[in-house]
Write a protein that binds this ligand. Structure first.
Ligand SMILES: C[S@@+](CC[C@H](N)C(=O)[O-])C[C@H]1O[C@@H](n2cnc3c(N)ncnc32)[C@H](O)[C@@H]1O
Length: 327
């Protein structure tokens, strides 16, 4: 008779809304055992141990030292961990790399999490561990998850700006989520949307998602005058508002606009609307923000397209100072 999978022996809290089980082509994953509402807590977990070093400096010896200090029951739980083919890890460093999360950037700390690591990746995920800068770490539903659905999260934050092929280069496996299944209408639109999301961020931030200024042959913003305007923060406020709102619409269409992103981004959208000084622009911006949906707001704000505002030059100057930009 075959042995039960070791993950059956991992201690999942009795009140947890998920159970572990096989997930086709992905090893094992976590599946909702009941409907989980958007925003609900899925799992709060303390690390088994923490190593206070940058990820790339953590040695095999560091991990063994931490392991040796565990209680016998904790060691047993650690030893239940398996690679994706359900075989024991050959090297303890692989077990740590696959099952750890950063718990703090300053000072750098990385924690070993037995359950948070059981969740598989999706480029269109339904859960998220917000950056809290501490431990335990908590996972929340980013949309309503039905009973039986696999609970996933995105393994890399910048994926919202990356196409299928770019993501594939970074992942060490082939993802089969709906944004990665080649040849589907959603997948084709997804690549288009993520390129646009990247471009819109470039236009409003003045640089790429990783802080890099693209060379003149930018694959992101083809129009060199527009690129230059973005990099010198000369984009008019009307365009800024339109780009911000289009970002929200595209993120929503892509299934990525969760409450954490709204909380982080919405204040700067509102702030942009308060910057207009030209009366006719003020009216349109107010009307736009009074609409119920992001698409509604965007459609109204689009009436601002090509309109300059009295405040444009002063805002550009403020942004240049803020970013230490010298002409
Ligand atoms: C932290 S583990 C996740 C849990 C793992 N499936 C297990 O059985 O323990 C990460 C590994 O799971 C697999 N995996 C996660 N998401 C996947 C996906 N979307 N497609 C294929 N494999 C995936 C990959 O092998 C990846 O290296």
């Amino acid at each position: 008779m075959s042995q039960p999978h070791p993950y059956r022996s991992l201690e999942v809290p009795s009140e947890a809304p998920f159970a572990l089980g096989p997930s086709q082509g992905k090893g094992w994953g976590a599946f909702a055992t009941r409907r989980i509402e958007r925003g609900a807590l899925i799992l709060r977990e303390k690390p088994l141990f923490v190593i206070r070093k940058p990820h790339e400096e953590i040695t095999e010896q560091d991990i063994w030292t931490a392991f040796e200090q565990l209680l016998p029951g904790e060691k047993e739980q650690f030893l239940y961990l398996r690679d994706n083919d359900s075989r024991p890890f050959v090297r303890i460093t692989d077990a740590f790399a696959e099952n750890s999360f950063s718990t703090s950037a300053h000072p750098p700390m990385r924690g070993m999490f037995l359950l948070q690591s059981r969740f598989d990746h999706s480029c269109v995920p339904n859960s998220k561990i917000p950056e809290t800068g501490g431990e335990p770490i908590a996972r929340f539903a980013t949309r309503t998850i039905e009973a039986g659905e696999e609970i996933t999260f995105c393994y890399a934050t910048a994926f919202m700006c990356k196409t299928r092929n770019e993501r594939l280069e970074e992942l060490r496996f082939v993802c089969h989520c709906k944004a990665c299944l080649p040849g589907t209408p959603f997948q084709q639109l997804s690549d288009l949307r993520r390129n646009l999301i990247r471009g819109l961020q470039y236009l409003t931030l003045g640089h790429d998602f990783n802080g890099v200024i693209q060379t003149s042959a930018s694959p992101i913003i083809f129009d060199s005058r527009l690129k230059q305007a973005a990099e010198s923060f000369s984009i008019p406020i009307s365009s800024r508002l339109i780009y911000n709102l289009l970002f929200m619409v595209l993120m929503e269409d892509e299934g990525l606009l969760d409450d954490f992103i709204i909380k982080r981004t919405a204040p700067s959208v509102v702030m942009t609307t308060t910057k207009f000084q030209t009366e006719s622009n003020v009216k349109i911006a107010r009307l736009a923000m009074a609409q119920d949906t992001w698409l509604g707001k965007f459609c109204v704000a689009f009436r601002l397209h090509g309109r300059r505002d009295v405040a444009d030059d002063a805002i550009a100057e403020q942004l240049r100072m803020l970013h230490g930009f010298s002409v």
